[in-house]
Write a protein that binds this ligand. Structure first.
Ligand code: T4K
Length: 377
């Protein structure tokens, strides 16, 4: 280990950006004076309006977090039976399916983009399949055209878990505009956040009253409960944070872009490391910086060594969801996902990370892997 490269304080995998304190406080004062704290207050409504404009989306609804937004979307679409999805995602995706009494059917992933492989979806479709739940993992868009074609052919709904993909565009079109519904997470660890929070974007207007009922105990009026709903409403303080952060999100993405470029430049030299490239058609949000190591041993070694330098990388997403103890699935059915999960490591990526810090992290990696040879990335 090279002691000269140890950071003074921990460099975490992510760190939330915060808006100007006074601008948040002016919202807090307004909310305080009004005494309207939640249940579709004026700040919530303003946030919704501004998000619709920012994302060029026809409809958006806000939620207390991304996970409940996802669960509500699956219920509101009236899905039944089986849902084809990816095991290479955060626990939330699969828990949402199971919590809605649906059965996840795991499809293998693309080894370079880490998203569901559309070429492997059709063979998994049965008469019980009602939807495809695909995840834009690390903000990298799924193959949305291929997924749409399959869904149309078989009459399936498409739900995107776009938790990581706020602000991403494909061929100039906002990522919120694909599939029947897209879910975004506004958790503190995301590119764009409202402390905790979530959003659904969708095109079918008729979903609006259903989503609103589901997130408010299934109530359609004070005396009518039409659905077995939940409580998933976003409050005014969350919405205020969201509104403030919407003003800085473009800068957030720009700063992350600088860190991304520096990582790509420095790590491209290392032959053991596979990087995730951004296709030309994609406007990225640089939400994560995943790398694939040669094998699990090397990944675990690097993760442990980085921690000694106070660099806290994370193994998103290891283990695979199909390996969780609370479930009973066979992870060997998706060998590519299993391989990627065993080799992946997400390096620190956030707007407060300077390019000098990125260079230092890369120097540590180079030192620890003992690999100074030219790479092929
Ligand atoms: N679908 C997908 C694909 C998702 O990735 C997620 C969430 C969801 C659905 C569900 O969305 P939400 O219901 O969460 O809106 C984190 C997040 O809690 C979670 O939102 C996220 N995905 C997941 C990938 O990562 P942890 O357990 O890894 O977070 P934690 O607390 O270890 O934080 C990571 C690092 O961030 C810390 O080392 C330090 C830094 N941090 C974190 C927080 C919370 C801060 O600096 N400040 C903070 O306030 O799950």
């Amino acid at each position: 280990m090279n002691k000269d490269l140890i950071f003074e304080s921990p460099v975490t995998v992510t760190q939330p950006s915060l808006p100007d304190f006074e601008s948040y406080m002016s919202y807090v004062k307004e909310i305080w004076d009004r005494k309207w704290l939640t249940n579709n207050g004026p700040v919530h409504e303003d946030f919704k309006k501004q998000l619709k404009q920012y994302l060029h989306s026809s409809n958006v609804e806000l939620f207390t977090n991304g996970h409940l937004a996802l669960e509500v979307s699956l219920k509101a679409l009236g899905l039944t039976g089986e849902v084809i999805t990816t095991p290479f995602t955060f626990a939330s995706t699969i828990h949402a399916i199971r919590n809605c009494n649906l059965e996840p059917v795991f499809c293998d992933i693309d080894p370079n983009k880490f998203n569901i492989d559309p070429l492997k979806i059709e063979e998994l479709i049965t008469e019980r399949t009602s939807a495809i739940l695909a995840v834009h993992v690390f903000g990298q868009p799924c193959d949305v055209s291929a997924i749409e074609e399959i869904a149309d052919k078989h009459g399936l709904k498409v739900v995107y878990d776009a938790a990581h993909a706020f602000g991403v565009e494909v061929d100039g079109k906002g990522i919120a505009n694909f599939g029947d519904v897209s879910m975004f997470s506004f958790h503190a660890t995301k590119v764009f956040h409202s402390i905790e929070g979530g959003m659904l974007s969708y095109s079918d207007d008729s979903l609006t009253p259903v989503l609103n009922a589901y997130k408010n105990f299934g109530m359609t009026s004070p005396e009518d409960i039409n659905y077995i709903g939940t409580n998933a409403k976003m409050n005014e303080f969350q919405a205020a944070m969201g509104l403030c952060n919407l003003e800085i999100v473009d800068n957030e993405i720009k700063s992350r872009g600088e860190a991304f470029k520096r990582y790509m430049k420095e790590l491209d030299k290392l032959k053991d490391i596979q990087l995730m490239n951004v296709p030309d058609a994609v406007k990225p949000n640089y939400s994560y910086f995943p790398v694939l190591l040669k094998d699990q041993g090397q990944r675990d070694f690097l993760s442990d060594q980085l921690a000694k330098y106070k660099v806290i990388a994370r193994k998103y997403f290891y283990p695979l969801c199909s390996q969780f103890e609370c479930y009973d699935y066979d992870a060997n059915e998706t060998p590519i996902a299993l391989n990627v999960s065993n080799r992946v490591l997400c390096l620190p990526m956030h707007a407060n990370l300077s390019v000098q810090e990125v260079s230092q992290i890369c120097e540590i990696i180079q030192y620890e892997l003992g690999d100074k040879s030219e790479g092929t990335n």
